[in-house]
Design a protein around this ligand. Structure first.
Ligand SMILES: Nc1nc2c(ncn2[C@@H]2O[C@H](COP(=O)(O)OP(=O)(O)OP(=O)(O)O)[C@@H](O)[C@H]2O)c(=O)[nH]1
Ligand SMILES: [Mg+2]
Length: 444
């Protein structure tokens, strides 16, 4: 089968969706709405939807026997090509269901991985997706190679997915090792790159997929990044200069969107991309306030952020798409929970000055814990630190002065730009930044 054949078969593929609600499920939305969006983004057409409430999944087929019969009936009646579960299935459950239904059976994670594999643009994103796909499917494909190759190719089988069918498990394992090593290299390089930009303020846009991050990026800068009504339109980080009113230029980054129950190995693989967010001076968490499940989405984003070591308080919440909110009460409900959130519309530009002011405020409040070493004859620098900084200690050793103080990033920037103040005088001058865990390196 050639590549173009495969793409066509996906576009014309019809899918029946299945969702099982378990007692610990706290999601408030319509059970299969999000999966429908994912499946359509992957290029298939939804021809049937079945839901069931259960106390626990059935070990053999996830849904109960009666439901399997009903599913078989729907699959036959609609001549569906694929059945897609909203829940993660075990390899045995997939096998049993495929034997009975005689069509391919996928789960939500595979659909997400499939979308990522068709959308990844950069080298890094491709590596990350291939690794996640291999890691996810390897344990489930053991002993299933023949079984799977009998089934029709399509959603979930593209990209590296189908390569696995041709290769053997050992090759796949070797590939995983290579991919991990390559990604580690990319990660290291990214860390250095990001660290190299330390003295410029960086702001990252994060948020649920389709919340409007790229649209906001375009509204604030001349980025011209792709923004569209599809899930996971953005997979690669883009950084642009944002002329922040009342502050000056900062670097603004757009990032990959998050989703509820984001496949775990995908989070790990995108670590390098998310590194941008982790190292940012400020995160703007963009939420789609017009979504009926806005609160679930906001919570899901905080969950992913915590996984990469970022606390809720470190992100500025922005409630986007206020132009399309039909019921003001729903916005009020969100605002009651997050009173400091800024409401905007990236589309109409409403609230953008308010957002700029909030970002500028947040950055100004940000003080750095610094240690300056310089020649004692540099009286201007000493005076500057005494005037604008909060001096914690001052020691003089011969003609070397060491001043430990807190200084806002804004004043550090101004200090650097001041032609009157020499911060590289006769004696080597260094500024060390103190993080929560002690000194984290030089910034000058
Ligand atoms: N009505 C309205 N629509 C918006 C607004 N902001 C974004 N959108 C629309 O929402 C859709 C998604 O926008 P994107 O900017 O691509 O969203 P994203 O967060 O970058 O999404 P991913 O990159 O897929 O994670 C697009 O169709 C936008 O036109 C807004 O303020 N109001
Ligand atoms: Mg985007």
């Amino acid at each position: 089968m050639s590549n173009s054949d495969r793409k066509q078969s996906v576009d014309s593929e019809s899918a029946v969706l299945v969702g099982v609600q378990l007692p610990d499920d706290t999601y408030h939305g319509e059970p299969l709405d999000e999966l429908t969006g994912l499946v359509e983004t992957a290029g298939a057409t939804v021809v049937g939807r079945l839901t069931q409430k259960r106390q626990a999944p059935d070990a053999a087929t996830y849904v109960g026997h009666g439901k399997v019969d009903e599913l078989k009936f729907v699959v036959d009646a609609t001549e569906a090509d694929v059945v897609i579960f909203d829940n993660d299935l075990s390899p045995a459950q997939i096998r049993n269901l495929e034997e009975t239904l005689k069509v391919k059976v996928l789960d939500r994670t595979e659909v997400i991985l499939d979308i990522f594999s068709t959308r990844a643009q950069t080298h890094e994103a491709r590596l990350a997706v291939e690794l996640a796909q291999l890691e996810y499917s390897l344990p489930r494909l053991k002993g299933m190679w023949k079984h799977l190759s009998r089934l029709k190719m399509g959603v979930g089988m593209r990209g590296p997915g189908e390569k696995q069918l041709e290769t053997d498990r050992r090759l796949a394992e070797k590939r995983i090792t290579d991919l991990r090593r390559d990604l580690e290299k990319v990660h290291k390089r990214k860390e250095r790159e990001v660290a190299g930009r330390r003295d410029r303020m960086t702001v990252s846009l994060v948020g649920y997929t389709n919340a409007g991050k790229s649209t906001l990026m375009n509204a604030l800068t001349d980025a011209h990044v792709l923004a569209e009504d599809k899930l996971f339109a953005t997979l690669d980080t883009r950084t642009r200069r944002w002329q922040l009113p009342g502050w000056g230029p900062v670097l603004l980054s757009d990032t990959v969107g998050f989703i509820r129950n984001l496949p775990h190995n995908l989070v790990a693989s995108f670590k390098a991309t998310l590194e941008e967010a982790r190292q940012a001076d400020l995160l703007i968490h963009v939420a789609d306030a017009s979504s009926p499940v806005a609160l679930d989405q906001i919570k899901a984003v905080y969950d992913v952020l915590r996984e990469i070591g970022i606390e809720e308080k470190d992100a500025l919440l922005v409630l986007n798409k206020v132009d399309q909110i039909a019921d003001p009460a729903s916005l009020e409900a969100i605002r009651r929970l997050y009173p400091s959130a800024v409401t905007i519309s990236a589309r109409t530009g409403d609230g953008l000055p308010r957002l700029a002011a909030a970002v500028s405020d947040a950055l100004s409040q940000d003080f750095l814990d610094l240690e300056f070493r310089f020649g004692v004859s540099n009286g201007r620098l000493l005076a500057y630190l005494a005037k604008y900084g909060e001096v914690i200690s001052r020691t003089f050793d011969g003609d070397l002065a060491t001043v430990h103080c807190r200084l806002s990033r804004q004043h550090l920037g101004a200090l650097r730009d001041d032609p009157e103040i020499e911060i590289h005088p006769y004696v080597a001058s260094t500024i060390t930044r103190h993080g929560a865990d002690g000194a984290v390196g030089e910034v000058a």
